[in-house]
Design a protein around this ligand. Structure first.
Ligand code: E4P
Length: 239
């Protein structure tokens, strides 16, 4: 389906943003046409899980495939052994934006990562600081105007940390300091985690196909839909 490229994107517009956390084009093709996802997030681990090469050539192929689908923002992550290499991969990835599809560059929230992020931001890229574990890292991301800071909730819980409280503290920081950076909650493992945080005012989430499928599934809705169709047929609805 073609995108409507006529509208300017307002990056500061409030409201919900759901991202599909996947580098698997079959998952993009399943979920993006449903129209609920603002964007797609990828990283080298997700590329590895999807059997996709982490090369600029393949990222160009993948972003070309993605650009044909319905969503607004593709997030791709830098790689490299040095800050210069990370900057270079980030600059090349930023050029993969297409009409109707913005690109956001993800950078791990290490000390080096902040330097890379600043350099990329100076060249005009929008940035997600990723693999964020502490409220202080969120403060730093907001400090240079990152578009997003992405805490890894599931991994915090795996590490025995009070992930929900930490994520809520991060949310509070961004709310009270009033910048434009968004908290993009990542490493979500269950639909209930998304719903729980949304009830508390968080509005930006990235989750994989399993959580997306969980959110779309209700046996009672399926039963009701089947009853509606049976009644429609009973009352003259054409097959
Ligand atoms: C990033 O957006 C992902 O959520 C990240 O890969 C962590 O996910 P995982 O904890 O499921 O590996």
């Amino acid at each position: 389906m073609a995108l409507d490229n006529s509208k300017q994107i307002d990056f500061n517009a409030p409201g919900l943003r759901l991202f599909l956390d996947s580098a698997e084009p079959r998952e993009w093709e399943r979920f993006l046409p449903l129209g609920v996802f603002y964007g797609v997030t990828t990283n080298p681990l997700l590329l590895q899980r999807a059997g996709q090469a982490c090369t600029l050539k393949n990222m160009a192929t993948l972003s070309g495939q993605a650009a044909k689908l319905v969503f607004r923002e593709l997030q791709m992550q830098v790689w490299g052994d040095t800050s210069d290499e990370m900057c270079e991969s980030g600059r090349q990835l930023a050029q993969l934006a297409a009409p109707g599809m913005e690109v956001v560059i993800k950078v791990p929230a290490t000390e080096d990562g902040y330097q890379v992020a600043r350099r990329l931001a100076q060249s005009g890229a929008r940035i997600t600081m990723t693999a964020v574990y502490t409220p202080g890292q969120v403060l730093l991301a907001a400090g240079f105007g990152a578009a997003y800071a992405a805490p890894y909730l599931g991994r915090m819980l795996d590490a025995g940390q009070p992930g929900r409280d930490i994520v809520l503290a991060m949310h509070e920081i961004l709310k009270t300091t009033g910048g434009a950076s968004r908290l993009l909650v990542a490493s979500l493992r269950q639909a209930a985690q998304v719903v729980d945080l949304a009830q508390l005012g968080l509005d930006t989430f990235t989750f994989g196909a399993a959580v997306a499928a969980e959110l779309f599934t209700s046996d009672l809705t399926d039963q009701a839909a089947a009853q509606f169709q049976a009644a429609a047929l009973d009352m003259g609805g054409q097959k």
